[in-house]
Write a protein that binds this ligand. Structure first.
Ligand SMILES: *Cc1c(COP(=O)(O)O)cnc(C)c1O
Length: 323
């Protein structure tokens, strides 16, 4: 009997909720990447998901399960990244009001994107205020339901649908690699892998500057770090969640790291060879494979591309600076 926070049945139920709502994103291959690594690689392209990242899956799965009272009250979250846009879009599709707590110096494009999806933005001062405390206070005062970016069973199950689709397309795999921030994606995908490809080794990939997940898996306890300095802004988390870690320690074999330079090199590879725009965080898993962090020779390998939301000028700067 499993005592883990989510089961494959939760992932399958999430997949039903997402049917006809989320994109079934393509699985692409590249003979150049296969030759370079000696493996057979299958790239699951969540950069082509609605709002540009897999986070739509978890956010929609969570709000879709609100009670009528919760739906009438609205949803709140305190993330300023892809999860904010995922919540705002999902809430709009489900006719629910969304409040997003963002730092007052958040990039204008992110504020605009969130408002564009109909979300109300509440600003806080990142130097003097605690966003989590503010989120909780607003939730209580205004009758909103808080959906955090990763440590929530419905969010985790929703993210796992990306791997479920991948296995449905490829059959069993030897290895599956996904990016790792707070662990929603990795825990959901590892749950799908355990059910659909039991012999598959699941590996999480973090930025070198923020290897708290790797240290947590090694030590058996959740390690907390300061906000890491890395281009992978979607993986700048300070620690794994209690729920995500419970799954990761059971279902994930290893966590490896890559450098910012390796992420930029991978962005260039995707743009030039596969005609894909991938944000730095979205490149984590592919960077580990292309830069030899994992022995993939002769294996069938799933590689999750998690998102494509990067400002175009920023993209050009990064690629140009790398030469
Ligand atoms: C949030 C995010 C991640 C990390 O996901 P977690 O569930 O926090 O581990 C990776 N890539 C992108 C593009 C993201 O937006």
């Amino acid at each position: 009997m499993s005592t883990l926070p989510i089961t494959f049945e939760d992932v399958a139920a999430a997949h039903e909720r997402l049917r006809g709502v989320a994109h079934r994103t393509p699985v692409l291959t590249s003979s150049t990447a296969n030759e370079r690594t000696g493996a057979q690689l299958f790239f699951k392209c969540e950069n082509l998901q609605r709002m540009g990242a897999f986070k739509f899956r978890g956010a929609y799965n969570a709000i879709a399960q609100f009670t009528p009272e919760q739906k009438a009250g609205g949803v709140i979250t305190f993330s300023s990244g892809n999860h904010a846009q995922a919540i705002a879009l999902s809430a709009r599709l489900l006719g629910v009001k969304a409040v997003i707590v963002m730092p007052h110096d958040a990039p204008a494009v992110k504020v605009e994107a969130t408002r564009g999806y109909g979300g109300e933005v509440v600003f806080y001062d990142r130097y003097t205020e605690d966003r989590e405390a503010l989120g909780k206070r607003l939730a209580a005062e205004r009758g909103l339901t808080l959906i955090p970016p990763y440590d929530h069973a419905h969010v985790m199950a929703g993210q796992g649908t990306a791997a479920k689709e991948l296995f449905e397309e490829t059959g069993e795999l030897d290895l599956l690699l996904t990016p790792l921030g707070g662990g929603g994606l990795l825990s959901g995908c590892a749950t799908a892998a355990h059910a659909l490809s039991p012999a598959c080794t699941v590996i999480g990939v973090e930025p070198e500057a923020g290897n708290d997940g790797q240290r947590s898996l090694q030590s058996g306890e959740i390690v907390h770090i300061d906000t890491p300095k890395t281009l992978a802004d979607g993986a700048q988390t300070q620690h794994l969640g209690n729920l995500t870690f419970a799954v990761i320690r059971e279902r994930v074999s290893e966590i490896v790291t890559v450098s910012d330079a390796e992420l930029v090199d991978t962005m260039k590879f995707f743009a030039s060879r596969m005609k894909l725009v991938v944000e730095p965080t979205g490149c984590l898993a592919a960077a580990a494979v292309l830069h030899g962090k994992v022995d993939v020779r002769g294996k069938r390998v799933g590689v999750l591309i998690s998102g494509g939301n990067v400002d175009l000028l920023r993209f050009a700067e990064l690629v140009q600076a790398a030469g």
